[in-house]
Write a protein that binds this ligand. Structure first.
Ligand code: C2E
Ligand code: MG
Ligand code: MG
Ligand code: MG
Length: 291
């Protein structure tokens, strides 16, 4: 794709040239990363139930430590990996790695719902649902311990096919979330048709909510609308207690963001989880909840 584009553009700026080169390099190196076993890892960001203050789940987020270029974020590499022939292998790696971790957590007594991000092209793989169910069953994990996050725009690329796949996944008992809600162009029409359990309001609406009354109106409406249609609502990008207080008042179900925790390394997760639980238990007697 990048090659073709580069070849067809007769005149392009030095900046674009550098960008294409970097993408070539990254695309080429990503197969090696998938094979290497130590360049890729998942970090896990906690999700908090607003009413109880407890961590109820975590979202797995991909990290790439490139051997010479260093840390590269998914916002840079996912957009072109997901359009490449590596899309399927990448998601397969994420599923296996995250479910291995989920199995370990369950053995340690941590019951979390685990969320994974899935790309548009993944929804067009005929056997995606089958592979996910097989991966869960092979580890003896209940299907509802997994949630797939899908963006509206991913679905809208091929709505009929994507929706058929989502129906199959939902029928198997795996949860579905609409990610980055509000940034797509189909929001409302789609909201009522998609078999989603959860709507995740995009962080661009949430991050500076406390200063912006119009934004607050919008978020209140998004929460009410989603809940009326039977979805739970998660706010992404909660960075301070003012935003959390607003969300609590607006009846939002769950929250995720730097205010609670950044995406955590596996070695830090259980410790974080337990200290949150202990903190909450200490407040319980007084009828209080952790911020
Ligand atoms: P997303 O699924 O919407 O994930 C949320 C992103 O917001 C994450 O960025 C997370 O680190 C960041 N974030 C969380 N809380 C806050 C906050 O309070 N403030 C701010 N400013 N940011 C916050 P990350 O990890 O860089 O991931 C970016 C995107 O890359 C994800 O957006 C997702 O679309 C994609 N991605 C990440 N991992 C995977 C993966 O395994 N597979 C696929 N297909 N996409 C992935
Ligand atoms: Mg997500
Ligand atoms: Mg999101
Ligand atoms: Mg996003």
């Amino acid at each position: 794709d990048a090659i073709e584009r580069a070849a067809h553009v007769a005149v392009y700026s030095a900046h674009e040239d550098r960008l294409y080169r970097r993408r070539f390099t990254l695309l080429g190196d990503f197969s090696a990363a998938l094979a290497s076993g130590d360049q890729l890892r998942l970090v896990y960001q906690p999700r908090i139930d607003i009413a109880s203050g407890l961590c109820t789940g975590a979202e797995a987020l991909l990290r790439w430590n490139h051997p010479t270029l260093g840390a590269i974020g998914p916002a840079e590499f996912i957009p072109f990996i997901e359009r490449s022939r590596l899309a399927q292998a990448t998601t397969a790696w994420v599923i296996d790695t995250a479910l291995d971790q989920q199995q370990t957590w369950r053995q340690q007594g941590l019951t979390l719902q685990l969320s994974l991000n899935v790309s548009a092209t993944n929804l067009l793989e005929a056997d995606l649902a089958e592979r996910i169910v097989a991966a869960l069953d092979a580890r003896g994990l209940p299907h509802d311990c997994l949630e797939l996050e899908i963006t509206e725009s991913a679905i809208m690329e091929q709505p009929a096919k994507a929706n058929a796949m989502l129906e199959t996944i939902a029928a198997a008992g795996v949860h579905l979330a609409i990610d980055d809600f509000g940034t797509g162009y189909s929001s409302l029409a789609y909201l009522q048709r998609m078999p989603a359990d959860v709507v995740k309001i995009d962080q661009s609406f949430v991050r500076e909510l406390e200063h912006d009354e119009r934004q607050q109106c919008l978020v209140r409406a998004m929460i009410a609308l989603s809940q009326d249609m039977g979805h739970r609502v998660v706010a992404e990008g909660v960075e301070n207690d003012a935003v959390l207080a607003f969300l609590r008042q607006a009846g939002c179900d769950e929250a995720q963001g730097y205010f609670f925790a950044r995406p955590l390394e596996v070695v830090d997760f259980a410790g974080w989880y337990v200290s949150r639980l202990v903190g909450q238990a200490q407040l319980l007697a007084g009828g209080q909840i952790l911020p």
